[in-house]
Design a protein around this ligand. Structure first.
Ligand SMILES: NC(=O)c1ccc[n+]([C@@H]2O[C@H](COP(=O)([O-])OP(=O)(O)OC[C@H]3O[C@@H](n4cnc5c(N)ncnc54)[C@H](OP(=O)(O)O)[C@@H]3O)[C@@H](O)[C@H]2O)c1
Length: 326
């Protein structure tokens, strides 16, 4: 007998990590649509924000490895399709954002208690604030700073850190970037100075920009030679916060220099921020985005073009955040 009911869609487009290395290890495939477990939401994904952690996962150098092939975790935006047992205060049709353990797909499950509701009128992709929350957390680790130096300043975390540091009253915000084509972008975010660390003599330019006294705070995610060269730029009692290592190389610490400056180097990870603080920062940032007090710069690629999106990040030319649109 012919049924008038159409079969429910049980398969979904999924991007699978099939190897370790360049963007080509990402492959489109079909997987089965998940069901929400207790305390979870099933979300129809509309946007995926690429964070540098995804690049590290792709390269196989991120903590907590998985056997191949697998679906990467993702920061995403979407609309609730179904709620699992025990979920209160959230219902189908609402717009949300969160981090899914298996996020590179048309549908994903999110833990309801780690998910944020989004206003319907927020522009597409603007709820992807993982890098903004990181910047907020990093600055909360330092008290009373007036000057701050930010590496990878045109990137996701960096572009928020510049704006938030200015909002907190920093009087001298210095951005550092690789390609000098990014300098104008960093200045447009409110930086007082911006230099390229690929250009000869950048250390002297930084030193001049601090009046020779160094900066109270350095936010660094690069490591290696650049970070080593930054340590002399710390002011007396200054702090370098190291929160990433894109160079893949260690920082050489000159103990004499550090003791002479009474300086310190501190590690920081957003994973150590409380859920309550993150929630408060998140909604404050959403309010600021809506009022135009905070800018997020998004570059969209179709979901199917994820390989190209990752190439844009690997090229180090991208500014702000790269987003996959579904
Ligand atoms: N600890 C935490 O809680 C936390 C949270 C989020 C992100 N992070 C870290 O923060 C950093 C920024 O993350 P993001 O998502 O905002 O990325 P992003 O800044 O948008 O992109 C990474 C940037 O790093 C710079 N870079 C410097 N050396 C590089 C190299 N050898 N290879 C590739 N890129 C290099 C590039 O900018 P230039 O060429 O202009 O330098 C690139 O644009 C990453 O290291 C990430 O792991 C840490």
């Amino acid at each position: 007998m012919k049924s008038s009911l159409r079969p429910k869609k049980t398969n979904m487009k999924t991007i699978m990590l099939t190897g370790r290395g360049g963007p080509e290890v990402l492959e489109m495939t079909d997987t089965v649509k998940p069901s929400p477990q207790a305390g979870e939401l099933l979300v129809r994904v509309s946007a995926i924000g690429i964070n540098y952690a995804n690049v590290l996962i792709r390269q196989g150098v991120y903590m907590g490895d998985h056997p191949l092939p697998f679906v990467m975790m993702a920061e995403l935006e979407g609309v609730i399709e179904a709620v699992g047992e025990g979920v209160t205060g959230m219902k189908p049709g609402q717009r949300v954002t969160g981090v899914a353990a298996r996020g590179y797909a048309e549908y994903a499950t999110l833990r309801a208690d780690e998910t944020y509701l989004l206003p319907d009128d927020l522009p597409h992709g603007q709820g992807l604030l993982a890098q903004g929350l990181t910047a907020r957390y990093l600055l909360a680790q330092a008290q009373g700073y007036r000057s701050v130096l930010i590496t990878a300043a045109a990137g996701g975390v960096g572009s928020f850190a510049i704006q938030l540091a200015k909002q907190e009253g920093a009087t001298n915000v210095i951005g550092l970037v690789g390609d000098k084509s990014k300098i104008g972008f960093v200045n447009s975010l409110g930086a007082d100075h911006c230099f390229s660390y690929l250009e000869e003599g950048w250390q002297q330019l930084v030193s001049q920009a601090t009046g020779g006294t160094g900066t109270d705070l350095i936010l660094d995610a690069i490591g290696g030679d650049i970070s080593t060269a930054l340590l002399p730029q710390l002011s007396t009692n200054g702090t370098m916060i190291t929160y990433g290592n894109t160079s893949g190389k260690p920082v050489q610490v000159d103990g004499n220099l550090l003791s002479f400056k009474a300086g310190r180097i501190k590690g920081a990870s957003i994973m150590n921020a409380s859920r309550e603080d993150q929630r408060e920062w998140f909604y404050k940032m959403i309010g600021q985005l809506k009022k135009g007090e905070l800018k997020t710069t998004l570059t969209f690629f179709p979901f199917e073009k994820a390989v190209e999106a990752y190439r844009a990040i690997d090229s180090r030319i991208a500014t702000g955040k790269i987003v996959l649109s579904l």
